[in-house]
Unconditional design. Structure first.
Length: 414
């Protein structure tokens, strides 16, 4: 007999990026390029105005409990932002966002409200591991994976279609995470529209199946290439005209406003049916009430002042440009070092990360440890063949050194 429930027995603490980041921190002088944060001189990059905002927050405002779905004004401002970012959508279909404790809780809400055992989840083959923990281990969903890129490194729409059509379950969740973690890829405008057309066609041909399309927009706005900048909701909104489709958007202050530790996220629904939208909102509040009860008021008060402050958007743009410059230097360094002669660089054009597929003869975990202990660079080995690197953590001058040392380390395995 065990004290644990079945979930308690199956839940794990994955040896993922958090564990590997701790290992990096334990190596004196190591550069940490493992975790999803933006840093400068090894410290979190902030919006300069945030310290002034924190000093202005009054305890009479932040000590009381927040309403369960979050502060009304904050939610209204975030809805205005979504409408501004997605001008093609119908404002009457868009719900008022609800505040979540980070985007992770938003994923957990979408999973628990809409799925259970014997439902399906469709992901790209390279994905944020917490999706699996929430959908598979906690809820016993069957996970299906499509290859994000084909053997020519093109976005693999054909395999997405094949995998979707192979799913036998009658309820299917599809997570679209662009910019993608771990690859840093956002589809082109044409690719994204074609992907949504595939889902739309599938929904129309399979009216007995319910499809929940979830946009995990954690890295929203960090788009660095023209024609790869369409917000996911600006394409998926079309699905809402199907009675068997539900569209969910998850986003937040975390990456968009350089406020990782504030843990302010949002869950928003795009639903044509007014009655259904209201039912979903009520049930979302019920779920929030039964878990966190109410979100942290202090973080929300800070976030509210961020969104209302005229200087913040300019400061945010400066920070975004800093990350874009790192992206440019990274692309240039990969080209100058001819790194693609030794490894496969998966396509990337946005977000915080890029991913390297190692040669078959090199184990990514062994490479990571050697690169950490001998070259003093901490990178994240996702599995036996893929390594993710957070260039958002690398000051400009560190990027060429990382690429040249990566190449030197590769040669030691040959």
């Amino acid at each position: 007999m065990s004290f644990f429930s079945k979930l308690g027995e199956n839940i794990i603490l994955p040896k993922d990026v958090l564990i590997q980041s701790k290992e990096t921190a334990a190596v004196e002088g190591a550069i940490n390029a493992t975790i999803g944060i933006a840093t400068k001189n090894k410290k979190a990059i902030a919006l300069p105005e945030i310290n002034n905002i924190i000093k202005e927050v009054n305890h009479f405002d932040y000590l009381p409990y927040s309403p369960t779905p979050g502060l009304l004004e904050l939610r209204e401002l975030w809805k205005e932002k979504i409408l501004s970012d997605n001008k093609a959508i119908n404002s009457s279909y868009l719900s008022l966002p609800m505040v979540t404790t980070g985007i992770t809780q938003g994923i957990d809400i979408a999973a628990n409200l809409f799925t259970e055992k014997d439902d399906a989840l469709l992901l790209s083959n390279l994905f944020w591991q917490n999706y699996s923990q929430i959908y598979s281990i906690k809820l016993n969903n069957q996970i299906y994976k499509y290859n994000q890129f084909d053997n020519k490194n093109n976005f693999n729409l054909e395999n997405f279609k094949e995998t979707l059509n192979s799913i036998k379950e009658n309820k299917i969740s599809i997570i679209l995470n662009f910019p993608n973690n771990p690859t840093g890829y956002t589809p082109s405008n044409n690719e994204l529209n074609k992907l949504v057309d595939i889902i739309d066609g599938f929904a129309k041909n399979n009216p007995q199946k319910n499809i929940i399309t979830i946009a995990d927009d954690a890295y929203f706005g960090l788009f660095f290439q023209e024609n790869h900048k369409t917000p996911t909701l600006s394409a998926t909104y079309k699905l809402a005209d199907n009675k068997n489709c539900l569209v969910v958007k998850l986003d937040g202050i975390t990456k968009e406003y350089y406020g990782w530790g504030l843990r302010v996220g949002f869950i928003t629904y795009y639903v044509k049916d007014n009655e259904l939208r209201n039912i979903i909102l009520e049930k979302t509040q019920g779920y929030l009430r039964s878990t966190t009860s109410s979100p942290a008021n202090l973080s929300q008060q800070i976030s509210l002042k961020l969104l209302k402050n005229k200087n913040v958007l300019l400061q945010k743009k400066e920070n975004d440009n800093l990350i874009k410059e790192r992206y440019r230097i990274l692309k240039q360094s990969i080209k100058e070092q001819n790194l693609e002669d030794d490894v496969t660089i998966l396509p990337f054009n946005s977000g915080y990360f890029f991913t390297i597929k190692m040669p078959k003869e090199i184990d990514a975990h062994k490479f990571r440890l050697k690169f950490l202990h001998e070259y003093k660079y901490g990178v994240y080995s996702m599995d036996n063949e893929h390594i993710r690197i957070a260039f958002s953590c690398l000051d400009n001058e560190l990027i060429p050194k990382l690429i040249s040392n990566f190449k030197l380390c590769i040669k030691e395995f040959k």
